[in-house]
Design a protein around this ligand. Structure first.
Ligand SMILES: C[C@@](CO)(OP(=O)(O)O)[C@H](O)COP(=O)(O)OP(=O)(O)OC[C@H]1O[C@@H](n2ccc(N)nc2=O)[C@H](O)[C@@H]1O
Ligand SMILES: Nc1ncnc2c1ncn2[C@@H]1O[C@H](COP(=O)(O)OP(=O)(O)O)[C@@H](O)[C@H]1O
Length: 297
């Protein structure tokens, strides 16, 4: 018997970042939107814990116990005092180290899949607590939709989205390390007063109304200058997206994937074509959101 869970990627429509905390993390006002680009995680009983991965970026995914999917299985098994004897297979479509929470998606997916396979019957609250231990983005991968994350991004409040938003994503030729981008944020912030991160009311209203123009006017990412500082070539991709008619162009989370908001599916398709032709990125994908979080297939 196997259990397969499908888990979406995310884009951060607002990422407000506060000053570094004593524990090294940063308080955030992180407005997440789950988008229809998916990893699938399948767990099957096996003699011992084993991870395999397939997909265009599979070679960059660690297959040892540092893999977030393996860590999720180990965390649930430890809580229940059982052997984590499963083969975890990841069908990976979310870019690796791209700022789209691919590792987090696999963590949330493996957790839900193992919960089903082992019949552990964990409550939603327990699953969310394990997710938060695994990483700041992992709880959102479980719940999906649209949500505001505060604290380090793990404390979630669901948000209304009054419509579907259409996006184009441009994947870069290499990844960016999330801790390195936060460190660069700290370096660039030296000598400046960093305000408390707060969600923008204009942005929440635009989401609730499903208004793409208003959302485009309100999107912000405080990590974008740091990502651009470490990866200056992204500026050309952002310019190409604007020239391709996107309503908004921004770095997704810590990058280096860039995200472009389009008015509708047809505009997204056209912008994707123009971005592909611009030669400023590795691959281009379209995806819409919000979509559901981790789902057992
Ligand atoms: C930036 C964001 C935006 O959603 O995502 P990505 O763009 O990387 O996908 C997240 O905050 C990433 O979340 P996640 O990838 O789960 O990070 P974690 O494993 O919790 O933390 C990795 C490292 O990032 C830094 N970190 C992360 C979250 C946070 N609120 N403050 C931080 O300073 C810390 O250096 C930490 O050691
Ligand atoms: N299941 C996983 N899939 C991808 N990367 C993983 C996974 N588990 C651990 N990692 C590690 O996490 C790093 C960040 O990957 P990822 O979650 O894809 O990016 P991001 O944090 O930018 O959204 C990778 O470089 C890899 O070393």
């Amino acid at each position: 018997m196997s259990v397969t869970v499908r888990v979406p990627a995310k884009v951060n429509v607002q990422l407000a970042v506060g000053a570094a905390r004593p524990d090294g993390f940063h308080d955030l006002a992180n407005v997440f939107l789950a988008v229809g680009l998916y990893d699938e995680v399948t767990v099957t009983p096996a003699d011992e814990l084993r991870v395999t991965c397939a997909g265009p970026d599979a070679a960059q995914v660690p297959l040892d116990r540092t893999n977030l999917a393996a860590r999720a299985a180990l965390a649930l098994a430890a809580r229940r005092g059982i052997e984590p004897a499963v083969h975890i297979h990841i069908d990976k479509d979310i870019p690796v180290a791209g700022g789209m929470a691919g590792g987090s998606a696999d963590g949330a997916g493996a957790l839900l899949a193992c919960d089903r396979l082992w019949g552990t019957g964990a409550s939603r609250a327990e699953l969310l607590a394990i997710c938060a231990e695994l990483g700041s983005d992992v709880p959102f991968s479980l719940v999906g939709g649209a949500a505001l994350g505060v604290g380090r991004g793990e404390r979630l409040t669901g948000l209304d989205a009054g419509g579907t938003f259409h996006w184009v994503f441009a994947m870069a030729g290499r990844g960016l390390s999330t801790p390195a981008v936060f460190r660069e944020f700290d370096r660039l912030a030296q000598g400046r007063e960093i305000p408390e991160p707060v969600a923008s009311q204009d942005l929440l209203d635009a989401l609730a109304e499903g208004d793409a123009d208003a959302l485009a006017a309100a999107v912000t990412n405080d990590l974008q200058p740091a990502a651009l500082s470490l990866f200056p070539e992204l500026a050309a991709t952002l310019t190409a997206g604007r020239e391709a008619g996107a309503l908004a162009s921004l770095v997704s989370g810590s990058g280096p994937t860039t995200a472009f908001l389009a008015r509708d599916a047809e505009a997204a398709r056209k912008a994707a074509e123009a971005l592909s032709a611009s030669g400023t990125c590795r691959t281009v994908r379209t995806a819409a959101g919000p979509v559901a979080g981790a789902t057992v297939l």
